[in-house]
Write a protein of this length. Structure first.
Length: 363
């Protein structure tokens, strides 16, 4: 049994064309990762009602899910179906602080000017994928492998835009705000607006370079190296949002009820898929154990990780990992051609969770 790149490696559901194209086999691979900086996942789905632990700089909320099912043939490569859902939200500390105070009625900081800055980029797609591996160098002590992947995609939903502005707390229960939003979407999360669903079609490309010298190997994977979805009649808003139409709850706290003015229309829009990159170095100590260190690089942010793998028997091996950005610990359990993987940064109340399942059947 050969040690391979762990399913719990990194943060994102990065697909490796080399791993897809295995000679004459059927494979099923799924991975999902969800994380949130300011609150735990339980509190995230409970309107932020809980402990608040934001970062001092950029706060992230992300989900990254991918499922692949398909067949690989000896000479022709891999053909399969893929489903993808991913979004990445960036917000500064003032934005998440004001949101948490608003939803929990904890009281605003009188006289404070909150600098509002939040952006979102995401999509949901499905489609067909093709992957092919090429062995450039293949010897006992040295190897060089290249992997290429191509996807044809159907867009199902999308989010892309930003909101920037400021809010002034007049008292512990009241604030005024003014902001500008530039926003493409299939569902408007800033204010209530019924819209028609657009249609979208596109493509994307992936690549892998794997180089090994004796017990040391290096791997570089690029997902969505060049990818885009062309949306037809996607809802678009460029608006000013302010607090001129205030409402208050029974406890006297101001309620988010924005006044909106500006442009709302349907447009044809090309969404560029943001690239996801992974760099990894691995060292194999002996026939049974090895470790790797690497990182995912997405939208200017590094997500570093460490893995340690050990082969117990010919049919069973396991990997443990640590991911630095969300401080998650993970474990792979690999039995024969089946794998299950779990990662979390807390047992009781996590703010990040990842789950991966895969199987490989040779024929």
């Amino acid at each position: 049994m050969a040690l391979s790149s762990s399913a719990v490696a990194g943060v994102f559901s990065i697909v490796d064309p080399l791993a897809l194209d295995k000679k004459r086999s059927f494979s099923l691979n799924t991975k999902a990762f969800i994380a949130d900086d300011p609150v735990s996942l339980n509190d995230l789905f409970n309107r932020w009602h809980g402990d608040f632990h934001p970062g001092s700089g950029t706060n992230l909320a992300l989900d990254d899910m991918r499922a692949d099912i398909g067949f690989s043939f000896k000479k022709w490569g891999y053909f399969g179906y893929t489903y993808r859902h991913q979004s990445l939200i960036k917000a500064n500390r003032d934005t998440v602080l004001l949101t948490w105070q608003q939803l929990n009625d904890t009281g605003f900081i009188p006289g404070k000017v909150y600098n509002l800055d939040i952006s979102i980029n995401g999509f949901e797609t499905d489609g067909i994928v093709y992957a092919k591996r090429v062995d450039v160098i293949k010897s006992k002590d040295r190897s060089l492998k290249l992997g290429l992947g191509f996807e044809l995609l159907r867009g199902r939903s999308m989010q892309e835009g930003y909101l920037k502005g400021n809010a002034l707390a007049n008292s512990s229960k009241d604030y005024d705000f003014n902001a500008v939003s530039d926003y493409h979407y299939t569902k408007n999360y800033l204010y209530n607006l019924d819209v028609q669903m657009p249609t979208g079609y596109g493509y994307t490309t992936h690549a892998t370079i794997d180089y090994r010298v004796k017990n040391l190997s290096f791997r570089f994977i690029a997902n969505d190296l060049y990818g885009k979805i062309k949306w037809k009649r996607v809802p678009y808003s460029y608006v000013n949002i302010n607090s001129s139409n205030k409402k208050y709850d029974d406890n006297g706290f101001v309620v988010y009820n924005p006044t909106v003015s500006g442009v709302e229309k349907y447009v044809n829009y090309t969404q560029r898929l943001y690239g996801k990159y992974r760099v990894e170095a691995s060292y194999r100590y002996d026939a049974k154990s090895g470790m790797s260190a690497g990182g995912d690089f997405v939208k200017g942010i590094w997500f570093a990780y460490l893995n340690f793998s050990y082969i117990f028997t010919d049919s069973f091996y396991s990997t443990i990992s640590y991911e630095r950005r969300f401080k998650s610990v993970g474990i792979d359990i690999n039995y024969k051609d089946f794998l299950i993987s779990l990662k979390s940064n807390s047992v009781e109340d996590p703010s990040s969770i990842a789950l991966a399942l895969s199987c490989l059947i040779s024929f």
